[in-house]
Ligand binder design. Sequence first.
Ligand SMILES: [Zn+2]
Length: 115
Amino acid sequence: MHEYFIVQNILRTIEDLIKDYPGKRITKAVFLIGKFSGVEPDLLKTALDFFKKGSPLEDAEIVFELEDLKIRCLDCGKEAVKEKWNMICPFCGSLNTEVISGEEMFLKTLEIEEN
Ligand SMILES: [Zn+2]
């Protein structure tokens, strides 16, 4: 369950960030999850629900945004969204491509309560 490690890392990051806002609560946290990041949103949610108790995230609304795999072709310069994991450019057939998004998972936004 590598989601547990991910959540522990997330909470550590958030605890560091919130240190600059003493006494404030987090109202909302938005996570971006690439469809090919290897992170299961359901498992991540379960892990977050478990670990967030007593953390700054305890009362926060938690939102997951799923992100498609997107590649850019280095030969023809076009970008394409891929449903399945392959790196072939659908426009020119080149394999000379790079991933732009869809492989990572990170905390996108954190909303902290106002005064
Ligand atoms: Zn191409």
